[in-house]
Design a protein around this ligand. Structure first.
Ligand code: UD1
Ligand code: PEP
Length: 429
């Protein structure tokens, strides 16, 4: 399953170019099924999840032409074919096939998706949203999802989601784009990757109002056209490199950012004593000199960082924040409100010498600074894996990080990018 070998104790210094957003690539790849015309996708990250999604599309009869490392032309074919269970179960993104296949085939059977094992990963909101458009959703005892339209068509309607689920919003968006009439999605997710999907659907000929808000108005179309769309930058990768630079005490220029995505991320890192400055229209600089003190609330109380749906602090950066906080002075409460079991990776950090109290599955108190020591650890999920990489970089001695597939699902050429920042890391299969 591959491993990294990292010699810690060096500060990350230099420049890094951010890749396209993994969580934009997955819905936008799925959305190519909504048209018979070619779709050109640009700034596609070269990561495992994208390769799996491309293979799933090919299994459904799509033609995939790789123009270069980061751009593809995809033309839908039969929209039918046997989806390999191991691929569907390899990524969360496979669930995004539901909406477009329902909109074009009227019936879909799909085995449950995979993705990070950080909680239940419920699908109820997907079924609720699609049922509002006139679909019947059932799940068999072995977990197979069977969903079909009641009258051979989806009908635009007033959809209210029971939670602002990212992929459920994206599935309902894609289904509504080919539904008869107008749909409203209330309590929609509004993350930058949801916005990217909306922008792509608009380019395909589907009018959408309210992009970036939690209320979307979609005017369903009889057909959609092809388009060329450039994915946004991956703000999870940006946050990961801000944390790496700040925790290791280096100076890093991060290129290819969209500053508008970073307002809450900035506040979160400032709370753990790490700041950065804009350095031009699409770059930011993490300076070497940092406060390195965990903030206090007004009145001197211990502060907290908690996640929330956009524009709240992104859940996927809590693992990064946690490991960075171990290198700062003071105490802070990390509160993972959205996922049930993301925090268990903290056991690995404690093994490396971190002073963390895991109060319950959702909350941890970090006391810093801790001297970390190299150890052999295994990545349980994409973001925990990146957090372990940061821990290894800050640790004394050598660390081995196993199961790096659960890092490279979401990070392009991480080993190369870290070597370019002067860090000692080797990758082996
Ligand atoms: C492929 C993809 O895009 N994956 C992302 C997507 O997963 P995904 O779409 O699966 O995640 P959801 O947005 O559905 O929900 C994430 C978790 O938050 C909970 N929840 C959600 C909304 C809410 O208002 N309250 C609440 O508690 C859910 O019950 C679940 O436990 O969004 C997550 C949350 O940004 C990210 O971690 C994943 O990287
Ligand atoms: C949770 C994540 O991914 P996925 O939903 O694809 O498992 C992530 O990117 O942090």
């Amino acid at each position: 399953m591959g491993e990294y070998r990292i010699i810690g104790g060096k500060a990350a210094s230099g420049e890094v170019q951010i890749s396209g957003n993994k969580n934009s690539a997955l819905p936008c790849l799925a959305a190519t099924l909504l048209t018979d015309e070619p779709v050109h996708l640009l700034n596609v990250p070269d990561i495992e999840d994208v390769q799996v999604m491309l293979e799933l599309l090919q299994d459904l009869g799509s033609t995939v032409v790789r123009e270069d490392t980061h751009s593809y032309t995809i033309t839908t074919g039969s929209r039918s074919g046997l989806l390999k269970r191991n691929l569907v179960e390899a990524i969360r993104g496979s669930i995004l096939l539901l909406g477009p296949l329902l909109a074009t085939n009227d019936e879909v059977r799909l085995t449950p998706p995979g993705g990070d094992v950080i909680g239940l990963r419920r699908l109820d909101t997907h079924f609720m949203g699609l049922a509002s458009l006139g679909a019947d959703c059932t799940i068999s005892e072995d977990g197979e999802i069977h969903i079909k339209t009641k009258n051979g068509a989806l009908i635009g309607s007033d959809v209210f989601l029971d939670e602002a689920s990212v992929t459920a919003t994206e599935n309902v968006l894609m289904a509504a784009a080919l539904a008869r009439g107008e749909s409203i999605i209330s309590n929609a997710a509004s993350e930058p990757h949801v916005q990217d999907l909306c922008s792509m659907l608009q380019l395909m000929g589907c009018p959408i109002e309210g992009i970036g808000s939690n209320r979307l108005r979609i005017t369903g179309q009889k057909r959609l056209n092809g388009c060329e769309f450039r994915l946004g930058s991956d703000y999870m990768e940006i946050g990961s490199f801000i944390g790496l630079a700040g925790a290791s005490g280096g100076q890093v220029l991060i290129k290819g950012v969209q500053h508008e995505h970073l307002r809450m991320i900035r506040l979160g890192f400032e709370r753990i004593g790490i700041t950065f400055v804009e350095d031009g229209p699409s770059s930011l600089l993490v300076p070497r000199k940092q406060k390195r003190i965990l903030a206090k609330e007004v009145g001197g109380h211990t502060a907290k960082i908690d996640d929330a749906p956009w524009p709240g602090f992104p859940a996927d950066l809590l693992s990064i924040i946690t490991v960075c906080a171990t290198q700062m002075e003071g105490s802070i409460l990390i509160h993972e409100k959205m996922f049930e079991s993301r925090m268990y990776f903290i056991d690995w950090l404690i093994r490396m010498g971190a002073d963390i109290i895991l109060c319950d599955p959702h909350r941890a108190v970090v006391n810093g600074p801790s001297q970390l020591f190299g150890s052999t650890v295994a990545s349980p999920d994409v973001r925990a894996g990146m957090a372990l990489v940061i821990a290894a970089v800050c640790a004394q001695g050598e660390s081995v990080i196993q199961n790096i597939y659960q890092i490279e699902r979401g990070y392009e050429d991480l080993c190369g990018k870290l070597q370019a920042l002067g860090l000692e890391i080797e990758r082996s299969e």
